[in-house]
Write a protein that binds this ligand. Structure first.
Ligand code: GTP
Ligand code: MG
Length: 360
């Protein structure tokens, strides 16, 4: 919701005006008439206090709506060549440097295409243990590239990735990789995918399929073209001049710098020095760096950046919102912590203990 009056909030939450006024007084807000408008932050805080789940509807406060680059998440079974494919696209060698050759976190990169366009890629792990990371990867992206090794075919995490994309209503572009191998059988992969319900383009559906080899660097132009075509059909746009809405791709603790968050801006512009609330954490953005490590003052839509300055470690998938003051940031963060803790206890009491923190 947007900012609203106490009267409206009372109707929406089913609480009496006096209950809401008491909460407002408790959080230190000046209470006027029930027709005074509350800011969105305060309204969220009060709603949480009475146990109502809130979802912010972002009105685009900015006015300049411009095309933005697509965010593309690469998914598929372990070892099918996701990282190698990204390496081939951006001419690096991340895959070779990974411990045990397996990806264990989400990577974000901007790749400049030969056409001059750019695409933001997220790499995800294929190992069975990282299902939650794949689910989040699908939830935050515009397009999923489903990588399937031509010699291995459709495997459990191929199907899992398809399911995540479907759940998130994100279109898939299939990249059949390792086509250089003698045992490669792209036709068989097509049939397997079709029998799993994927409507491939060459069979009359609208899912594009390209054959590639990350090793021999073949088919990469076709993949770029397929992705840009898919993006074009989606007509991706974002407001760039309003306050930022962004989300966490990954968060880690650095000994010297404290919590470091890899984030992608959805809309608006993220600016250094602003107060933010990230999930239930808060902070003031002290530094913004692009994925090459270069400091920048601001980040625009689809740009992956690393931000420094949070007080605690948020979780991947958390929303990042900009608030106007430190006081607001602290208050909202504390309110969300209380709400999350309450929800957690409720779940435990319901016997539905499912702790997402146990992911490796
Ligand atoms: P996870 O992130 O652990 O799920 O693996 P991944 O999908 O990122 O696979 P990765 O890129 O690490 O590649 C796995 C292995 O396949 C490596 O040994 C690569 O060298 C090899 N490989 C990747 N692409 C190709 C290809 O096109 N052809 C051949 N022959 N080998 C490839
Ligand atoms: Mg990988």
């Amino acid at each position: 919701f947007e900012g609203m009056t106490i009267d409206e909030l009372a109707k929406r939450t089913g609480q009496s005006i006096s209950t809401l006024q008491t909460i407002l007084t408790n959080v230190g807000e000046k209470v006027g008439s029930e027709f005074d408008t509350l800011s969105i932050d305060i309204a969220e805080l009060v709603a949480m206090e009475v146990g109502v789940n809130v979802r912010r509807l972002h009105s685009n406060e900015g006015t300049e709506i411009l095309p933005r680059p697509p965010v593309v998440t690469v998914m598929g079974h372990v070892d099918h060549g996701k990282t190698s494919l990204l390496d081939a696209l951006r001419q690096t060698s991340v895959a070779a440097k990974e411990a045990g050759g397996i990806t264990q976190h989400v990577g974000a990169f901007v790749v400049g295409m030969t056409s001059g366009a750019s695409i933001t890629f997220l790499d995800t792990p294929g190992h069975a243990a990282f299902s939650a990371m794949r689910a989040r990867g699908a939830a935050v992206t515009d397009i999923v590239v489903l990588v399937v090794a031509a010699d291995d075919g459709v495997m459990p995490q191929t199907l899992e990735a398809m399911a995540h994309a479907k759940a998130a209503k994100v279109p898939i572009v299939v990249a059949i990789n390792k086509c250089d191998k003698p045992a490669a059988n792209a036709e068989k992969v097509r049939l397997q995918l079709a029998s799993e319900g994927l409507l491939l383009e060459d069979m009359g559906g609208d899912v594009q399929v390209v054959e590639v080899s990350a090793m021999k660097k073949t088919g990469l132009d076709n993949l770029e073209e397929a992705l840009l075509l898919q993006a074009e059909m989606m007509d991706l746009k974002a407001c760039i001049d309003g306050p930022a809405q962004a989300y966490v791709v990954e968060a880690r603790l650095d000994r010297g710098k404290g919590p470091l968050v890899t984030a992608i801006v959805k809309a608006g512009t993220l600016i250094c020095g602003k107060y933010v609330v990230v999930g239930s954490e808060w902070g003031r953005i002290r530094a913004i760096r692009d994925m090459a490590g270069k400091s920048t003052e601001r980040a625009t839509p689809a740009m992956p950046v690393e931000i420094e300055g949070l007080k605690g470690l948020p979780r991947a998938g958390d929303d990042i919102i900009v608030v106007e003051s430190e006081e607001r940031a602290r208050m909202l963060s504390a309110g969300r912590k209380r709400k999350f803790e309450k929800d957690r206890l409720m779940k435990i009491m319901d016997g539905r203990v499912e702790d997402p923190e146990t992911e490796p």
